[in-house]
Ligand binder design. Structure first.
Ligand SMILES: Cc1ncc(COP(=O)(O)O)c(C=O)c1O
Length: 391
């Protein structure tokens, strides 16, 4: 019997059903290729949903993890450690803001919870967020998430949060008042289908929030760490937010997240106001430092932009494709028909991992260092699969 099927049965009996039962069980990977437990090979166009930014089994990251694990794995927050300090310093350098300060945690939801608490320290209570946003599933982050289907079973959520349409400048102007503590938004809505706002959206929001003394929190959990061809996903807008949240790619596959306050934040955390036992673990920080130095040394941010162009040009030519949107290697392929889920199943059969964010959108978020040959192989497979659906 197939080991994939056996593992699906074991999973179904042993784990909660919150993800549905995965039909593919992965065994190992190298770079942007992975193999399942039955030996089938896939091109990984999803990278753990924008998380394994340098692919699988990266030698530099593995060495950093190994070296760190031979010295310290965990120290508690009573003590500091070199990799945590060095990573915080590096992130401050990447923000370019000398007033920036880092809080480490483990997941995107936790980073947004920390940002939420920073917002409460302003003394104001209200938060503005956007429809369709995804900020995580813990109760605070879920309250910020703008997706009623995910929220409904868990109500009541936190009070005082107003959701307004994404990319609607007039709605933002109206909602941002002196009673609002913070506005939280993704530079690109990832989970909602790679929705890119108009070029002046973030700039307009920055102006309104600055005028009213409202914190601007940019959730860069999915867009951060080079995914868009720059470090955080908002740089092209030319603005500086007050708070940045990061997770996913930050640990390059290890659990790590960060909440970064910038110079617009008057009250950061004081002793005892927040914490996380595992946040900023020596091993995760060592992996993150190794990943950042490879991204810099191999000029991967410009390679991301080149591959964005190749994917946009080639996939736009496919008859079934309505449009290709996104930035860098966070790409949404909009299909003319609501067949994204069927297409994903066919892509899997032909050896490609990607996902459908809704009925008509396929999301691609491969590793930043994916080989050009794998991008070309993926495009060929995509063309072949799409042909099946062309009338
Ligand atoms: C923009 C954004 N924020 C927050 C989260 C939540 O991250 P986590 O699943 O690590 O809690 C996600 C996860 O997809 C995300 O895309």
């Amino acid at each position: 019997m197939s080991q994939n099927i056996l593992n699906a049965q074991r999973w179904g009996l042993a784990l909660q059903n919150n993800y549905g039962t995965p039909q593919i069980s992965l065994d190992h990977g190298v770079g942007s290729e992975v193999w399942d437990v039955d030996g089938k090979r896939y091109i990984d166009m999803l990278a753990g949903i924008a998380t394994n930014i340098l692919g699988h089994a990266n030698l530099g990251i593995n060495k950093a993890i190994r070296d760190q694990s031979e010295r310290l794995t965990h120290v508690s927050n009573f003590y500091s450690h070199e990799s945590g300090i060095a990573l915080a310093e590096k992130l401050r350098e990447l923000t370019g803001d000398k007033q920036s300060r880092i809080f480490f945690c483990n997941s995107g939801a936790e980073a947004n919870e920390a940002a939420f608490k920073i917002a409460r320290l302003t003394g104001r209570r209200k938060i503005v967020a956007t429809h369709g946003a995804f900020h995580g599933r813990t109760m605070g982050a879920l309250s910020l998430t703008g997706q009623p289907a995910k929220q409904k079973p868990f109500k009541p959520l936190l009070a005082g949060i107003k959701h307004i349409p994404f990319d609607d400048i007039a709605a933002a102007k109206k909602a941002i008042s002196k009673r609002v503590a913070a506005f939280i938004v993704e530079p690109i809505q990832g989970e909602n289908g790679v929705i890119v706002p108009s070029p002046n959206y973030l700039k307009a929001i920055r102006e309104f929030t600055q005028e009213k003394g409202v914190l601007l929190i940019l959730d860069c959990v999915q867009t951060g760490m080079g995914r868009t061809g720059n470090w955080f996903g908002f740089e092209e807008s030319g603005i500086e937010p007050d708070v940045i949240t990061l997770a996913k790619g930050l640990g390059a596959g290890l659990p790590l997240a960060a909440m970064i306050t910038l110079s617009g934040v008057a009250n950061g955390f004081g002793p005892g106001s927040h914490g996380s036992t595992f946040g900023g673990s020596p091993i995760s920080c060592a992996a993150a430092l190794a990943a950042i130095s490879q991204i810099e040394d191999q000029s991967l941010l410009s390679k991301v932009k080149q591959n964005e162009l190749t994917l946009k040009i080639e996939l736009s030519k496919v008859a079934l494709v309505e449009s290709v949107r996104g930035s860098g290697l966070l790409i949404g392929v909009e299909l003319k028909e609501p067949i994204a889920k069927e297409m994903i199943s066919d892509l899997v059969l032909d050896g490609v991992l990607a996902n459908a964010t809704n009925e008509s959108t396929i999301r691609l978020a491969p590793a930043l260092n994916i080989e050009d040959s794998l991008i070309l192989e993926f495009i060929e497979i995509f063309r072949k699969v799409a042909k099946k659906y062309e009338r």
